[in-house]
Design a protein around this ligand. Structure first.
Ligand SMILES: [Zn+2]
Length: 601
């Protein structure tokens, strides 16, 4: 794959890409809309030797032409995912059997080479997983079952753990064994020789059933303590038939230069025996990505890790970051299926969602904030030349640039956002919007996660806001019906004006917000039948200025959805009911305004 990046190409590419003719960036994007990247990556099939075709015009009248670009020799890196096994060791991570099957399917769709499904001896769910997984359509992805070397003093054929691995019927079996002398004698309680025998016999026995990946546990710590013993452990596995020897930084405390040196030294000893090499890093020093990349440089061809880096303690190497760095930064590596990197963000979020974890906004490459811009100067520059504050085009990993509204931001932010919302306001209007945003932010509003309320604010400032209804009065009753049985009730009474009609409705709900929502729908549905399809998806409450005690302001964020979209609104008040009401009213108004636009447009 050849990438020619007209703005921040790697040195290698620059030397190959001659005659890149273009005018100034201004010429491509006279008024660069938000969301369009500044950098043009052109991809050709990896099989072809030269990229000779004229490339796509970046914008009308401008052509980039690449005369001859040599394809860099690409190395294939095998991606081994252990989200379903090592990932589930993470605190708060719990996946049902169906979750695991769904994730395996999604990983296969991305082209992950090996998918470790679990440890069949450890629990019933993992054993069931391998049975059910036979129905999945995994394409060229191989399932791996994980287990340990045989127990001490037992023949491989009698070991229930190894029997469970064979019963899993996977094309790959991954065996973990000890490489650190101290662990063998003090944790396992076996002699150094018996540990080697356990490794050799297990690998040899299981090689009859599957391709063996041998995970050398604590390899780097073991190597530092006793390099000869660590080496003899992996040599034993290689001689016994392991196809892959994977060096594990189990405690996650190694540095990139240490990883590099140990891999290079070990490779010299292992190469004559024929296995390929892999790396499995944990992130205790926040270096799992760096360590994995070092190991690849030093000669490893397989990376083990988890999506989003979930895993025990500080987690495993995050495959999202490792893959993105190899592909977009280091270059010269081939991984996954062609075109699948644009799905990284989607898959990352899918896995957070399935594992019921809160996504990490600051996660590199795929996080919501990874390409979010807040400071006014930044936004101004980023709108004009995206690469000034972005290290790459977010679209390459399926992410998007976000412009955040903030009092810090100035006019450029507001301009960018309103453009995104489809209007091109004049300077006076921009000033009006900015003034309102600053005022609202001082009250505790934040529009970053409330794009629908922002949209309504823009309409208000530009005089195009036409409210569909008016609130005359609302009243909420909530409390305990029977304190001894802790039975709660909530009821809302609403008086609204719609056009010339005044209507009064009451509704009950599980709580005050639910009751208000029910009464609002009941009142409006005969005027606006489309709100039938709308529902409240999420409701979040936060105290804005905690230091004020009970007089603190409450910020309510509501997520609503209909059959096509979801949108976020906000309300702020010292009164939680009032804040909720404001967010609810915005949610309904936004939906009705959008429905109108659709029918008009
Ligand atoms: Zn691990």
């Amino acid at each position: 794959m050849v990438r020619v990046d007209n703005t921040h190409a790697g040195e290698k590419n620059k030397s190959h890409a001659r005659s890149l003719c273009f005018k100034s960036t201004e010429d491509y994007y006279p008024r660069a809309p938000v969301g369009l990247g500044e950098c043009f990556f052109f991809e050709t099939k990896s099989q072809s030797k030269f990229a000779t075709q004229p490339l796509k015009p970046a914008a009308s009248g401008v052509f980039l032409f690449l005369q001859s670009a040599k394809i860099m020799q690409e190395r294939s890196i095998l991606i081994y995912d252990t989200t379903l096994r090592d990932g589930t060791q993470g605190e708060g991570v719990s996946l049902s059997l169906q979750d695991k099957l769904n994730i395996a399917q999604r990983l296969a769709e991305l082209g992950v080479d090996m998918i470790e499904g679990g440890y069949p001896l450890s629990n019933e769910k993992d054993a069931m997983f391998f049975q059910k997984a036979r129905q999945l359509k995994l394409g060229s992805s191989l399932l791996a079952a994980f287990g340990m070397t045989r127990r001490r003093g037992m023949k491989s054929a009698d070991d229930p753990g190894l029997a469970a691995l064979i019963a899993a019927q996977t094309p790959v079996i991954t065996i973990v064994g000890k490489s650190w002398d101290f662990h063998a004698t003090e944790v396992l309680g076996v002699s150094l020789q018996e540990n080697l025998d356990m490794i050799g016999e297990t690998v040899e026995y299981l090689s009859r059933y599957a391709q063996i990946v041998y995970d050398a546990e604590h390899y780097f710590d073991g190597y530092r303590a006793n390099p000869q013993y660590a080496l003899s452990a992996v040599e034993t596995a290689a001689r016994a038939g392991a196809k892959w020897i994977v060096f594990c930084d189990t405690n996650g405390g190694s540095l990139p230069e240490q990883v590099s040196q140990v891999v290079k030294d070990s490779k010299i000893r292992l190469d004559p025996l024929g296995p390929r090499l892999g790396i499995h890093c944990h992130n205790d020093g926040d270096l799992a990505t760096a360590n994995s990349l070092s190991a690849i440089d030093a000669g490893c061809d397989q990376i083990q890790g988890t999506f989003n880096g979930i895993g025990e303690r500080c987690g495993n190497a995050d495959l999202v970051c490792v893959i993105s760095n190899l592909q977009f930064k280091k270059q010269g590596y081939r991984m996954l299926r062609d075109g699948s990197l644009q799905h990284l963000t989607e898959l990352s979020r899918y896995i957070y969602e399935t594992a019921n974890l809160v996504p990490r906004n600051s996660q590199p490459f795929v996080g919501r904030s990874a390409f979010a811009h807040k400071g006014g100067m930044h936004v101004h520059a980023v709108n004009k030349f995206a690469h000034t504050y972005e290290h790459m085009n977010p679209e390459h990993v399926g992410n998007e640039r976000r412009i955040l509204v903030s009092e810090l931001s100035g006019r450029s932010n507001i301009a960018a956002l309103t453009q995104k919302h489809g209007s091109d306001p004049d300077r006076l209007l921009l000033d009006r919007i900015l003034e309102s945003v600053v005022k609202k932010e001082n009250q505790g509003y934040q529009y970053e996660a409330a794009e629908a309320s922002f949209d309504l604010l823009v309409k208000q400032c530009s005089g195009t806001y036409r409210p569909h209804f008016e609130t005359i009065k609302y009243q909420i009753l909530a409390g305990d019906l029977d304190t001894s049985r802790n039975q709660q009730y909530a009821e809302a009474i609403l008086k609204l004006k719609v056009g010339q009609s005044v209507c009064v409705e009451a509704a009950e709900g599980h709580g005050p917000v639910n009751a208000m929502d029910a009464a609002l729908r009941k009142s409006l549905i005969r005027f606006f039948p489309s709100i039938e399809s709308m529902q409240l998806v999420d409701y979040k409450v936060r105290v804005v200025n905690g230091e004020a005690g009970t007089a603190a302001r409450i910020r309510v964020n509501i997520e609503s959805a209909d059959e096509n979209h979801s949108w976020h609104t906000i309300g702020v008040s010292e009164n939680i009911i009032e804040a909720s009401w404001a967010a609810l009213v915005d949610a309904v108004e936004y939906k009705l305004h959008r429905d109108n636009q659709r029918t008009e447009g």
